[in-house]
Ligand binder design. Structure first.
Ligand SMILES: [Fe+2]
Ligand SMILES: [Fe+2]
Length: 171
């Protein structure tokens, strides 16, 4: 039986919430930019990430965030609204969110680097970090930087993502 430390609990809870939010963002984008192959591919990867943390939440008996009804609506709205501004704005949203998640996963890896009981978790987080950074790079490739009001747009989305992370750890 694995020990259930508060640190690990928060890691699983926040990652589960984050992957759920990512799923909702890409679903929101696809509701506007139908059948966009790159966005569809990113959504598929988010579903794998979410599936992993979903199983961990159950296996380790961790309470999921109570904020998921908010992330459900806010994530979808963020995806759909940015996509309505155009493909470049949708990609700017991707750059902002994935940059924050990539850093967030890297912080966790630094934090877990000596935890011998959590090798599998580290392996997954490391793989997901790479994929999130691929998503960010895809956004850059699709001219995210040419989106209208890029610095304001991404600044706002980064701040919102960081706030969501902070809240989903505890609540
Ligand atoms: Fe993800
Ligand atoms: Fe991602």
């Amino acid at each position: 039986m694995r020990k259930k430390s508060k640190k690990i609990e928060e890691i699983i809870r926040v990652n589960h919430a984050g992957e759920f939010g990512a799923k909702r963002i890409y679903q929101g984008q696809l509701s506007v930019l139908k059948d966009h192959p790159e966005i569809k591919h990113m959504l598929e990867q988010e579903l794998h990430h979410l599936d992993y943390f979903e199983k961990e939440i159950v296996k380790r008996k961790i309470r999921p965030t109570i904020l998921s009804p908010i992330w459900n609506i806010a994530g979808f709205a963020l995806g759909a609204l940015t996509a309505r501004l155009g493909e470049k704005a949708a990609m700017a949203c991707t750059v902002a969110v994935e940059e924050v998640i990539g850093e967030h996963y890297q912080d966790q890896l630094n934090n877990l680097k000596d935890d011998k009981d959590e090798k599998e978790l580290r392996k997954k987080i490391s793989k997901f970090r790479d994929e999130e950074l691929e998503h960010r790079d895809k956004g850059i490739e699709f001219d995210a930087h040419q989106a209208p009001a890029y610095p304001i747009l991404t600044g706002f989305i980064k701040l919102a993502s960081k706030t969501a992370i902070m809240l989903s750890k505890k609540y």
